[in-house]
Design a protein around this ligand. Structure first.
Ligand code: LR7
Ligand code: MN
Length: 579
């Protein structure tokens, strides 16, 4: 039973080994533990090359960008220096044929050296910045399923070639049950030349979340660094991340994610001052810090940027801290949502997420996933997100469901699994509320708890909706009358306290019901001020549209066929919140 194993891992690092008992670990024979692990790094003549000269200076030294690719083997190679690679005319068909192997230009990737040089895109100041001599070591964890051979190799080489050996404890490759032949024996043989590379093979598909947990479980470094398996680490990428974690173990450090083009494999830098944010319903995105903010805070382009959420794939975290936080929710399947989960958890439970501009890593952004989802992709992601919403969003979870995910509230449709452990964990860690998170970490998000509120004015009777003794009727509008106050909520409820306006299950009768989020017959579509309230359930199932209509004498309210010309079907709340 995967779930219970994973749970043990999450809470008790001692029992980690149990988690991967169903996997095979290929450990290299040689361990490189010395401070000067540079023996494994050789230049193109096969001679050891020690580029990392640590200048002792009261415990700190300059970042001496280690880059074994600065003087590349073949300056004329395709894609060298991160330039765009060209596809010869007679190879265009091959490009097309092979596209789906990775949903990027696999043909070109195979032409480009696995250890190509790329431009140093760091802000100027970075090469001058200082780091401590005594930084912690890291285990770099790549999990992958059916990754393209050349891309996976380039990812690994970029870490080997651009990480100071004494800081790189190991590279752990977690094979999430790939089916492609090249990722089996060939990969073992290839990687056996690098003593620091370990391979873990999962015996069944777990998805990236549990695959990362399997890698973390055997990691020996003090810091875990997770990376996607189609990336290129840039010059000096590692020290600034480790420095940040070293200064404060509750800081989770992310590199700037730059773009490796899926079409021509060129490496291009991204805008400064980008933050990771989310929009409803928990969709990740980037947003630039405002000019004002940058000015006011005298920010330099090399200063860390606090992020409400991380992109997900690339970050360094203190290993002990990762487990103190309960790692990932192991109940998250395959792909998606785990970046929201860990982000909320980090911020709400005392940590911080930062993008470190001096650390830069390129990533191939792909149009589609090159692997299959064991279950429907959309459903998998929605289920994961619903788990996150239920555990972390408090009263704000209505905003999540209200942005098109109402159907997830019907638990007979989607089983989101057991959440007891996650809720317990949040209590145990004494995490703050989601409201605190919004107020303090993401104050610029738009997140009103209801869409509209106040009196509900009807255009036809020119009076306001009133609820008295279980009846709805109309009276002269009077703000001081509590029984004229209604909310229009994210779940499309027209509600007063715990009472909701609903249609009777089988038809056109109006009733008042206790509000219940999972009941679709409580929902009303209301787009804007002075517009109809359309019954949602019936509208979804048939072309027939029913609308709330005030009785012309104002003594009742009825459900009628929608009539855009009738003022008795036009409704206006006192106040509408911006979305
Ligand atoms: O079942 C799986 N098993 C795996 O091992 C599915 C995926 N994987 C591996 C996969 O081979 C890859 O190395 O997991 C890694 C991430 O999968 P991608 O590359 O298909 O994901 P992505 O880059 O499209 O998506 C982003 O969001 C994901 C949500 O779950 C993860 O957090 C990814 O790590 C994340 N990627 C990044 O943050 C890079 C920047 C993208 C942006 C913005
Ligand atoms: Mn990716």
């Amino acid at each position: 039973n995967m779930d219970s194993n994973a749970k043990d891992t999450a809470q008790q690092p001692d029992k980690q080994e149990q988690f991967i008992k169903d996997s095979i670990v290929r450990d290299p024979g040689v361990e490189m533990d010395g401070v000067n692990g540079e023996k494994m790094i050789v230049n193109d003549q096969g001679k050891p090359q020690n580029v990392l000269e640590v200048v002792q200076n009261a415990g700190i030294h300059k970042v001496l960008a280690l880059d074994l690719t600065q003087d590349p083997r073949n300056a004329n190679a395709v894609g060298q220096f991160g330039y765009a690679a060209l596809v010869p005319k007679n190879k265009e068909q091959e490009v097309k044929n092979r596209w789906n192997e990775g949903y990027f230009n696999v043909y070109l990737s195979d032409q480009i050296p696995v250890d190509r040089a790329i431009p140093d895109t760091r802000p100027q100041m970075c090469s001058e910045s200082m780091v401590h001599d005594s930084l912690p070591t890291t285990s770099v964890i790549f999990c992958f399923v059916d990754e393209v051979w050349s891309t996976l190799l380039r990812s690994v080489h970029s870490v080997l070639n651009r990480s100071p050996p004494h800081l790189l404890k190991e590279i752990i490759l977690v094979d999430d049950f790939s089916t492609k032949e090249h990722l089996k024996d060939n990969l073992d043989v290839y990687m056996s030349q690098f003593p620091k590379v370990r391979i873990v093979r999962l015996k069944e598909r777990q998805g990236l979340i549990r695959a990362r947990l399997a890698g973390a479980a055997i990691a020996k470094g003090e810091v875990l660094t997770f990376l996607d398996s189609h990336i290129e680490c840039n010059v000096g990428w590692l020290e600034p991340l480790l420095e940040r974690v070293y200064m404060d173990r509750r800081k989770v450090a992310c590199p700037v994610i730059e773009v490796i083009s899926d079409k021509d494999m060129s490496y291009s830098l991204v805008d400064n001052y980008q933050r990771g944010i989310f929009k409803w319903p928990l969709v990740f995105g980037w947003r630039r810090l405002s000019e004002d903010f940058v000015k006011k805070n005298h920010m330099k382009d090399s200063d860390p940027i606090r992020c409400p959420v991380m992109a997900g794939g690339l970050f360094s975290i203190d290993k002990k801290y990762f487990y103190e936080l309960g790692s990932y929710d192991p109940g998250l399947d395959v792909w998606g949502g785990e970046n929201m989960e860990i982000s909320f958890k980090i911020w709400m439970c005392g940590g911080e997420i930062e993008i470190i501009p001096c650390s830069r890593v390129g990533h191939i952004f792909r149009g589609d996933n090159p692997y299959k989802f064991p279950k429907d992709r959309q459903k998998t992601v929605q289920r994961n997100l619903a788990r996150v919403a239920e555990v972390w969003l408090d009263e704000y979870k209505d905003l999540f469901y209200g942005h098109g995910y109402e159907h997830l509230l019907d638990r007979t449709v989607i089983d989101i699994g057991n959440l007891t452990d996650q809720i317990e964990l949040r209590k145990k860690l004494k995490c703050k509320s989601f409201k605190w998170y919004l107020d303090n970490v993401f104050p610029d998000i738009v997140a009103p708890l209801v869409k509209a509120e106040g009196l509900v004015f009807n255009r036809g009777v020119r009076k306001c909706l009133t609820l008295q003794n279980g009846f709805l009727y109309f009276e002269n509008c009077d703000l001081s009358q509590e029984n004229q106050h209604f909310n229009y909520t994210w779940l499309k409820h027209v509600r007063q306290k715990d009472v909701c306006v609903a249609v009777n299950g089988n038809g056109a009768q109006l009733v008042l019901q206790p509000c219940d989020n999972s009941q679709p017959q409580l929902r009303w579509l209301h787009k804007a001020s002075n517009s109809p309230l359309v019954e949602h359930l019936i509208a979804e199932q048939s072309p027939r549209r029913l609308c709330l209509e005030a009785g012309s004498l104002g003594d009742n309210i009825q459900l009628k066929d929608c009539d855009p010309t009738s003022p008795y079907q036009k409704w206006q709340f006192t106040h509408y919140h911006a979305e």
